[in-house]
Design a protein around this ligand. Structure first.
Ligand code: SF4
Ligand code: SF4
Length: 434
């Protein structure tokens, strides 16, 4: 894989200092802000943050401006880039696609690694006051450093994020569910043994998985979800576990223990605050969830569970199955622009490049074996590792992309969580005739 150069801190400061082009930090989140402080202390002048969050566009933060990704090329045809996001692979690719010189892209971890965060914590400004605590700052910066370090070591099979779907059942029926739950006619919860075997198979051939995302449907509809979380907690190669809940199911008492573990973050999407700005019958319907979500939050507080509660964010028209019959070039464009192409997904014993590929295989829309690695097929361990590396590094569109509307960063936002009563129809693959 083509990696960014792994400079020492001093070499990076010298290289940037010798150039006349502006320096920009990619990512205006917590790590980006900490990186700005580290730059200032190292004598690196930063002209701005770049961020793809439209809500931050044009604002200023810590006395420098936030430039939206759409505007960077016209404003700064040449620049040094310090990447402050954990998604270093995606950002590197975006910047190269925009035409920036790869030799001017740098992992922010180089400056953050031995930076004294105390200096920054005192001044921390956040758009989300709920995240304004020291533990969160340390966690966010450590995550960025770990992901950059994993990325920079080409001998490692490192995965930044792996999804595991524990159930197809959900207490809601969102017509645009990006995980395609609206298509399952007879949704199932998955067996613990099957999931544990898949986790073991994956961990046996990888070196580090920064984050496992436990998702559904609604994960707590699977009564055994805590056993999956316990399995992941016990796996030293897995550094962090994030459980995504829709906030309208209360875990049972015996399920709370695993949620208290320091590796676990509980992510609550608060649908009761769905589209607060649109006061209509539809949003009023979802506000009925508020009491349960409030209760769930109180349980988190009482049990010292690390949680985030937030309204649904960034919904786009990506939860739809359609055979597009695009040309190869067009599918490649869809893949190149996709912000989910590195959201690796473990489904049965298959490691897929993205959740869409995993779900359309489950739904029997297609079974494109080139789109995933079958972890059960016996092969030499180093061959299997090579297979996984090839899947993770491939720049070629998936076969699955031709069934997918795509998921580009600047796609228009849609109303989240519009509910339906019945599963959506779709076309399954033709069975081969006997
Ligand atoms: S709450 Fe909606 S978006 Fe989330 S898993 Fe359920 S159906 Fe999908
Ligand atoms: S199928 Fe292709 S376009 Fe769709 S989410 Fe996966 S990588 Fe992205």
């Amino acid at each position: 894989m083509s990696l960014l150069e792994n400079y020492t801190k001093q070499d990076l400061i010298t290289k940037i200092g010798a150039q006349t082009i502006p320096t920009i930090i990619y990512g205006a989140g917590v790590s980006g802000q900490a990186l700005l402080f580290a730059c200032r202390e190292s004598g690196i002048k930063v002209v701005g943050f770049c961020d793809n969050n439209i809500k931050k566009k044009g604002k200023s933060l810590l006395d420098i401006e936030i430039i939206h990704t759409d505007d960077i090329k016209s404003r700064f045809p040449n620049a040094n880039w310090l990447i402050a996001s954990a998604d270093i692979t995606d950002i590197r690719d975006h910047l190269i696609d925009y035409g920036y010189d790869e030799t001017n892209l740098y992992p922010g971890a180089t400056l953050l690694r031995d930076y004294n965060l105390e200096n920054f914590s005192k001044h921390y400004e956040s758009y989300n006051e709920e995240d304004n605590d020291k533990g969160f700052i340390e966690f966010a910066v450590a995550s960025t450093i770990q992901c950059h370090d994993g990325y920079l070591d080409s001998s490692k099979v490192f995965m930044r994020s792996v999804d595991i779907v524990v159930t197809e059942k959900c207490t809601m029926k969102c017509v645009d569910c990006s995980n395609l739950m609206q298509y399952f006619e007879k949704p199932e919860s998955y067996e613990i043994q099957e999931m544990n075997e898949a986790i073991e198979a994956l961990c046996s051939v990888s070196d580090e998985i920064f984050e496992f995302r436990v998702i559904g449907g609604e994960p707590f509809v699977n009564k055994e979800v805590h056993l999956v979380v316990e399995k992941l907690i016990a796996e030293p190669k897995v550094k962090r576990i994030v459980i995504y809940t829709n906030g309208n199911v209360i875990p049972r008492d015996h399920q709370l223990e695993c949620l208290k573990h320091k590796k676990v973050l509980f992510n609550i999407t608060d649908y009761s605050r769905c589209g607060e700005e649109v006061e209509d019958a539809y949003t009023k319907k979802l506000s009925r969830f508020q009491r349960t979500t409030d209760k769930l939050e109180q349980i988190c507080i009482d049990n010292q569970i690390d949680y985030r509660r937030h309204p649904p964010e960034n919904w786009t028209d990506c939860g739809r199955i359609e055979k597009f019959n695009r040309t190869e070039e067009k599918n490649q464009e869809v893949f190149d622009a996709c912000c989910c192409k590195n959201l690796t997904t473990l489904s049965k014993n298959e490691l897929h490049r993205c959740p869409f590929s995993a779900q359309i295989t489950r739904l029997d829309v297609c079974d494109e074996k080139v789109d995933y690695v079958d972890l059960t097929v016996a092969s030499d361990i180093s061959d299997k590792r090579n297979e996984i590396q090839s899947l993770l590094e491939s720049k070629v569109a998936l076969k699955a992309c031709d069934y997918c509307p795509g998921r580009a960063l600047h796609d228009p936002q849609i109303t989240p969580a519009v509910q339906i009563k019945m599963p959506l129809p779709y076309e399954k693959k033709q069975k081969a005739s006997a």
